[in-house]
Ligand binder design. Structure first.
Ligand code: HEM
Length: 456
């Protein structure tokens, strides 16, 4: 066991590495790994963080010793926005509430959402014209939000998606500001970052309250997430408080749309630059689907589609890092760490390690084809996290991203608008800083958009 703390960069007094981290979080964590290897120490605002890069540490923290690492204290900024939803509660409370909503995410239940996913995609495609330019990041954000609203809460959010998306982004930008930045001061005026955050949060709370009130006054039946939250009783027969339900709904709305939207956006970005992959994928779609829309039953027969989505999340993981706070002392990578330590693991770094991936910078979906996938070392790839807090929406997201991608590519080839520069921006979710402007080229043998079954 080493006597000292793990090595780390030279830092400013008190603020530590905060400014360097905030300037470019991805480059910062890359440099940490290259300079210090498996574990590095950084401080920010007097707090000490340990950054781990090996899948072994991912397993230790997220899986084997998950109970020793809390979420609640690791995401104070996120809690300002989403309160105490599934992502930000711990221990027995987390286990109990995860059990309550889990049935809404069972495979058979999720499969019933497929019709809604296809119908909203169809509606979006009706307004897309060959040759038009669209911001595909914005389009995917609206689409996934509308799908989340309809499937999880039984509401049509289509008219509000732009406003809700903006409110989420504004709130995420505020919680991402360096704590020492002047803009962070809690001065509630229309033009201050804090004022904008307060209004964004109010707007989101209003939407969520409306969703809940609508259900309380209307049909209480149903087996979506909202009905499960409203029907839940603890062992003493006590229901969740209004606030608990509101925080859960907000968490699902936040966690359930920007992640999948960005997974899709990065996939279009990569496909536009890799014609070989695009052709192989569209050939698979034509062979298996011909000229009809995809269905859940088709998905197992579209292995390259799945491989493309997975490889895209390796290179551009929408959730690019997770933090935790240790409850008790622990030993890892030859060091002893005291209770209260903050730890960070990062998909961005682990998914791109040279010792774990051949040509890690290259977009090669073949790595995830069934025969090759078993060669990937355990937890070298963890886009949905791992252990007891693995993303509850993973089957939902994997189904949604494949169905949406297939339907769009049956009709269009989104190509990058010449001169449009894509810069990754690592807020809570990894996203292109200025959206993704594409030109919609028509597919060789485009499939017509036909009005499908009714929503539901
Ligand atoms: C490509 C899409 C998605 C990605 C990459 C993703 C990623 C993740 C990751 C990495 C975590 C673990 C966070 C941690 O350990 O601190 C997580 C948790 C979570 N995700 Fe997702 N997610 C996606 C889609 C979804 C969807 C569609 C939903 C809901 C419909 C959802 C709801 C949640 C919730 C509620 C949690 C908290 C689970 C818990 O702590 O028990 N996610 N997600």
């Amino acid at each position: 066991m080493h006597a000292q703390v793990p090595p780390g960069p030279r830092e400013w007094p008190f603020v530590g590495s905060l400014l360097a981290f905030n300037r470019d979080p991805l480059q910062f964590v890359d440099r940490l790994y290259r300079a210090y290897g498996e574990v590095a120490t950084i401080t920010m605002m007097g707090l000490r963080f340990f950054f781990f890069a090996h899948p072994r540490a991912v397993k230790y923290i997220l899986v084997d010793n998950a109970r020793n690492f809390t979420n609640r204290e690791a995401y104070p900024e996120l809690r300002m926005l989403i309160g105490d939803g599934l992502l930000t509660i711990d221990g027995a409370e987390h286990r109990q509430q995860r059990r309550i909503v889990q049935p809404a995410f069972h495979r058979t239940r999720i499969e019933r959402y497929a019709g809604t996913m296809l119908e909203y995609t169809r509606r979006m495609l009706e307004s897309w014209e060959p040759g038009a330019e669209v911001d595909v990041a914005d389009a995917m954000s609206r689409l996934t939000m509308a799908i989340a609203g309809a499937t999880l809460f039984g509401v049509d959010l289509v008219e509000e998606t732009a406003a809700i998306g903006r409110a989420f982004l504004q709130a995420a930008e505020y919680t991402d500001l360096p704590v020492i930045a002047l803009g962070h001061l809690p001065i509630n005026l229309p033009f201050t970052p804090y004022g904008k955050f307060v209004r964004a949060k109010q707007q989101l709370d209003e939407v969520v309250t409306r969703i809940i009130t609508g259900r309380r006054h209307g049909n209480q039946e149903g087996d979506d997430v909202l009905s499960m939250l409203l029907a839940a009783r603890d062992e003493n027969g006590v229901p969740l408080t209004d606030r608990q339900v509101r925080d859960h709904v907000l968490t699902f709305l936040a966690a359930g749309h920007a992640t999948t939207a960005n997974a899709l956006t990065w996939t279009f970005y990569l496909l536009a630059q890799h014609p070989r992959v695009m052709t192989k994928l569209t050939d698979e779609l034509t062979t298996v689907l011909g000229r009809r829309d995809p269905s859940v039953e088709d998905l197992p027969r579209l292995p390259y589609l799945e491989a493309v989505v997975k490889e895209s999340m390796r290179l551009y993981p929408p959730a690019w890092a997770q933090a935790r706070r240790a409850v008790a002392d622990f030993d890892l990578e030859g060091y002893h760490f005291p209770a209260g330590s903050y730890v960070i693991v990062s998909q961005w770094v682990t998914h791109r390690r040279r010792d774990l991936w051949q040509n890690p910078e290259q977009f090669l979906p073949e790595r995830f084809e069934p025969a090759a996938e078993s060669e990937i070392p355990p937890l070298a790839y963890f886009p949905f996290g791992a252990g007891p807090r693995t993303c509850i929406g993973m089957p939902f997201a994997m189904m949604e991203s494949r169905l949406v991608l297939a339907m769009i590519l049956q009709r269009f080839r989104p190509m990058l608008v010449p001169g449009f520069r894509v810069v990754p921006r690592a807020l809570i979710i990894l996203q292109p800083a200025n959206g993704l402007r594409v030109k919609l080229e028509q597919a060789e043998r485009p499939v017509q958009v036909t009005s499908g079954s009714s929503l539901g």
